[in-house]
Design a protein around this ligand. Structure first.
Ligand code: MTE
Ligand code: MOS
Length: 775
């Protein structure tokens, strides 16, 4: 690691928004000088923490003998449930997530105790030496197990409109089908980590890799039995979160803090990859069953669809995640008569959690599967069937949950992308290729995305910011959002620089800390820039307004006549540099510091019925993917991807393009290669990159064209931009359907049966089934 700072960036002129500006940490990332928690120099007396884990999926604990753990050389402390001064729980919504299991374990890998030692090696070695006696209980592992046992973590929910049964009975065509889709490990490059440092008089400072510093603060304080004001959580950046650090960092932060509190020494807990994969929740896997009624053009007249998910052993965020699956089970399609039923199953597996899209991808894949099945059944181009089902004008513009779709643009995106990607010509060429190629088969698909922006738990849609202007005219910015690689800090800095009319190099953003901006929401739901951008804008405006009043009086003009641009404040032919103005204002005792706040308007949804307006607006996109499959091995290759995506008027097009590319590839990993395998005993067998395959550089297609439409958001978001973090994840549904198209071309007729992820094994089985070769 080089102690020298990288070369200074070229100053970025005013205005900064809507410009391609690199990520603020990019030079540090490249130079290896961006600091993550594990890069902090070891404090004197630092202890290393490791966790003892359950070996059983469901069992009563009869006894735990920790004597050999305590006796291991270098071990300083061993903590169990009895050592927790406050509450033994880190459940984010419902208190059903024990820090240390007491009498019962409910998944393999569940935390039993913490070991603190002088070295990480000693802690990890000692943690394995516990002697635990279990009395095994019947374990519910899969969705099928849970369905059979009627095992629910939350009651089912249903959204219904019209007369689905009647419309099904009278529809000219009907079809039923099922689809299973797997979960997904977050595979952030930086695993879960926390370092807790005790202060005086009960204070605790925690460096943590989390998307939700406030929640970590509150849950750690509760575990320590102290008020929130004793605990400070600080996050400069994460090496990726993807939803996996929205609730799941708390357990590890709590264990580090409990050790630090007990021993009075700083304590660090860093999971290794295998433990991280075993101990932390994943994307929910789903099973879908549907009955659809439709006309000759494939227009859906009735749909009865059931979404069943594996939630794991505790509630975590499963309520909101499954709600969002319901909210996206229409995607871009008007469903006149519809019943959507959602089952949230309790299983004896790790508690599943947020993952990019937050249930949206699962709901969307379900309806896209229905539409594709209808198209194959009728022998139509799926693109045409998608188009006839799109939301339209009056009478076809209300979602199943009662929200009017006012901003629909998927139809025009589709038209533009169909033309720019040469979809029809390629489809014709693919048919010709397939007719002449017995082994390799190609496929193509175009799918749309409509993704709702806002937390569906309405109160979470709020944010705060803190802005200081120093007397040299430099600005220090702080807000409640966290940086996980998505470029939030850069975007918000651009917004603030423009308020003051100064260069971006004059604005420094500081680490997110719960003692600077309190009671924040997770950086999630893609709303980071919408919420924190607006809160920071409001804080900066407060200071700018004070400066304007002050300077206008000195010049004898109205404050509204002042303009802040290019580092100067001007009115007519009068001008003062921003630096000089701040110094003069300071001498005149004008406050140069302000907080800002923002709450998203217009949203309101009933928690129980899910009827209302959960979203401020929708973000849209469309993608065309082309693949080739090998019908002898089931291998697939992505040949080309064309994307048209809606970021409103982008705050920073180059960062947004990066989000679109990364999200597509991550979605493609979910749907084509990443496979989580739990055995019958509930053990995760794919807990390392050797057995869990994520996309690599070689999986990025040679042709990968991403265009942004750059059209203002009709709602008043920050500079009329749109959220981008999650929506493009679902563009990868096109890759999955392209594979189905190729499978269809290998023989047979009707709907293609292919569960996700479309691994070579599943593709091969699907091809052989089409060819009548399966038993
Ligand atoms: N991009 C990077 N590089 N790393 C991440 O961890 N998380 C995604 C998305 N993009 C993520 C990312 C998820 S799950 C969300 S909700 C958003 O970023 C959160 O950030 P935002 O609200 O600022 O878009
Ligand atoms: Mo993203 S799943 O909302 O953290």
């Amino acid at each position: 690691m080089s102690p020298r700072p990288p070369r200074a960036a070229k100053p970025i002129p005013f205005p900064a928004v809507h410009r391609d500006i690199r990520h603020d940490s990019a030079p540090l990332h490249v130079a290896g000088t961006a600091r993550y928690v594990d890069d902090m120099p070891d404090a004197a007396g630092l202890l290393h923490v490791a966790l003892g884990q359950s070996e059983k999926a469901h069992a009563r604990i009869l006894s735990i003998d920790l004597s050999t753990v305590r006796a291991y050389p270098g071990v300083v402390a061993v903590l169990t449930a009895a050592d927790i001064p406050g509450m033994n729980d880190v459940g984010p919504v419902v208190p059903d997530d024990p820090i240390f299991a007491e009498n019962l374990v409910e998944y393999v890998g569940q935390c039993l105790f913490a070991v603190a030692a002088e070295t990480r090696h000693a802690a990890r070695a000692a943690a394995r030496l516990a002697k635990v006696e279990y009395e095994e209980l019947p374990a519910i592992i899969s969705i099928a197990d849970a369905r059979a046992a009627d095992s629910h973590i939350l009651p089912p929910k249903r959204v219904e409109r019209g007369d689905p049964d009647g419309a099904l009975a009278s529809a000219p065509h009907s079809l039923s089908g099922t689809l299973a889709m797997g979960g997904q490990d977050h595979f952030y490059l930086e695993g879960q980590i926390s370092m807790a440092t005790p202060g005086e008089d009960g204070d605790m400072h925690i460096l943590c890799s989390t998307q939700h510093p406030s929640e970590v603060q509150h849950l750690v304080a509760r575990a320590l039995g102290r008020p929130d004001h004793n605990v400070v959580v600080e996050v400069r950046r994460m090496g990726g979160g993807f939803g996996g650090k929205e609730t799941q960092a708390s357990l590890f932060a709590a264990c580090a803090a409990l050790v630090a509190d007990r021993t009075g020494r700083p304590a660090k807990l860093r999971l290794d990859r295998d433990d991280d994969m075993v101990m932390t929740g994943k994307r929910h896997d789903f099973e879908v069953a549907y009955k659809a009624g439709f006309d000759d053009a494939g227009r859906i007249l009735a749909l009865d669809i059931t979404l069943e998910s594996r939630c794991g052993m505790s509630t975590d965020l499963s309520g909101a995640i499954n709600d969002r699956a319901i909210f996206h089970a229409d995607n871009c399609y008007f469903l006149p008569n519809v019943r959507i039923t959602s089952y949230r199953y309790k299983t004896h597996t790790v508690s599943n959690t947020a993952f990019r899209g937050f249930g949206g991808p699962q709901g969307m894949l379900a309806i896209e599967g229905v539409v594709d099945d209808i198209a194959q059944h009728l022998g139509l181009d799926p693109l045409a069937v998608r188009r006839v089902n799109f939301y339209g004008g009056p009478g076809r513009d209300v979602t199943p949950f009662g929200m009017k779709v006012e901003d629909f643009i998927a139809d025009s995106l589709f038209d533009r992308l169909e033309a720019s990607s040469h979809y029809q010509a390629r489809r014709t060429a693919i048919a010709a290729f397939n007719a002449a190629s017995p082994v390799l088969k190609r496929g193509i698909a175009c799918t749309p995305v409509k993704f709702g922006i806002s937390f569906t738990t309405s109160f979470l849609n709020q944010a705060g910011a803190l802005v200081h202007v120093y007397t040299d005219g430099s600005v220090l910015l702080n807000h409640g959002g966290t940086e996980m690689g998505q470029g939030l800090y850069t975007k918000v800095s651009q917004v603030v620089a423009d308020v003051f009319g100064i260069g971006l190099d004059r604005v420094r953003i500081s680490a997110t800390r719960t003692d600077k901006v309190p009671n924040t929401s997770a950086t999630a739901a893609s709303a980071g820039a919408d919420l924190n951008g607006m809160a920071s804008f409001n804080a900066a405006r407060t200071i700018r307004d004070r400066l304007a009043v002050f300077q206008a009086a000195r010049w004898g003009v109205a404050p509204g006549d002042l303009s802040f641009a290019n580092g100067f404040v001007t009115a007519g032919d009068k001008a003062i540099s921003f630096e000089d103005l701040t110094r003069q204002a300071y001498l005149a005792r004008v406050s140069l510091s302000a907080t800002g706040f923002y709450a998203t308007p217009k949203i309101d949804v009933d928690k129980e019925t899910l009827i209302g307006r959960p979203f401020y607006y929708f973000a849209y996109g469309a993608a065309v993917s082309e693949v080739v499959i090998d019908t002898l091995t089931g291998e697939t290759k992505l040949l080309g991807v064309d994307i048209l995506h809606d970021c409103g008027t982008s705050l920073n097009p180059v960062l947004d393009r990066g989000q679109v590319e990364g999200a597509y590839i991550q979605g493609m990993g979910w749907l084509t290669m990443e496979e989580l395998v739990f055995d019958a005993a509930g053990r995760l067998r794919t807990h390392a990159p050797s057995t869990y395959k994520i996309p690599g550089c070689g999986d990025v297609p040679d042709h990968f064209k991403v265009d942004l439409i750059n059209q203002p958001n009709r709602e008043e978001t920050i500079h009329r931009s749109k959220a981008v973090g999650e929506p493009p994840f679902m563009l990868a549904i096109s890759a999955y359907h392209a594979i189905k198209h190729a499978v269809a071309a290998s023989g047979g007729t009707g709907a293609v049966k292919l569960d996700a992820p479309a691994t070579p094994e599943r593709v091969l089985v699907a091809v052989r089934a089409r060819r009548g070769l399966m038993p």
